[in-house]
Design a protein around this ligand. Sequence first.
Ligand code: ACO
Length: 323
Amino acid sequence: MIHARITGTGSYLPERILTNQDLEKMVETSDTWIRERTGIEQRHIAEKGQLTSDLAEPAARRALEAAGKIPSDVDLLIVATTTPDRVFPSTACLLQQKLGIHGSPAFDIQAVCTGFVYALSVAEKFIKTGAARCALVIGAETLSRIVNWQDRGTCVLFADGAGAVVLEASEEPGIISTHIHADGAYESLLTTVKPGPDVDLDKLADGTAFIEMRGNEVFKIAVNTLGRIVDETVDAAGMTYADIDWLVPHQANIRIIQATSRKLDLPMERVVVTVNKHGNTSAASVPLALDTAVRDGRIKRGDTILLEAFGGGFTWGSALIRF
Ligand code: ACO
């Protein structure tokens, strides 16, 4: 049986840092409110002209280097993003060109904050069926481009960045299982400006699609849904909570992360938290957190890791991994 194993991770954050103190000068908010309600202290923001594929490229190169691979080894390239460079070509094709890869399938996946887990799930199937042997799976976002910087309810949350993994065919188990879900019935709670008779043409004329979120309602559903998916994942593997060494959650809000950690009975020392420094980077958040904990030596080969995410759609998903 062919298994799919993560053999390298990488990430990249744009240099510019926006602190809570910076935001205090932009909207009516406070460092205390943002820290207490979200856990965020600062976030990275792309420079003007720096596109999603520009963040994805260094993350991808770092993951390839960690795996001991070169771009021409890649036979599948998937980019999870909500903020593509253009409507088309896909960001995956634009990244493929930057990396000098020719001929492999390359496509984007749009599942908002769950995008990386979706992409990992798809890549795993390619590898397990023998359709690919070396996949580059990336989550990359320039969410700052679709944030309404006058809306204090959302602008303090979102940020930019990229994370990547190399997934290879292996005789040893790697990805134990993935679980992905969606329910479009909740689209109105977390969305961007909708086209239609009530659309604000001024917003569309700017070429922007601002994030609109009913945060409190999203919060409650996210906590409950993530609690359910944790059970689904552990049950499917015939494991118990005690078998999990590390939780690498989507980094939306420290309170949501703490709720999942309590559910798993996993101390916060075994939970990778980057939301304080990175904010919510949507599809990039899980691979960014994974790479952070791999590079600082916390996550080691052989560890059992649970990845989970929840986002617009609603979409939600998880992956159980033997690293
Ligand atoms: N600074 C100060 N006050 C604020 C701010 C701010 N930045 N934002 C909102 N407030 C105020 C509100 O106006 C409200 O004031 P009121 O009581 O006078 O009406 C008060 O703070 C409380 O607002 P709530 O929305 O109830 O605050 P809550 O504790 O729910 O925190 C937050 C808001 C942080 C957005 C939280 O609800 C959350 O994290 N939601 C989930 C986000 C998420 O997980 N999204 C999914 C992934 S993202 C994606 O897919 C793109």
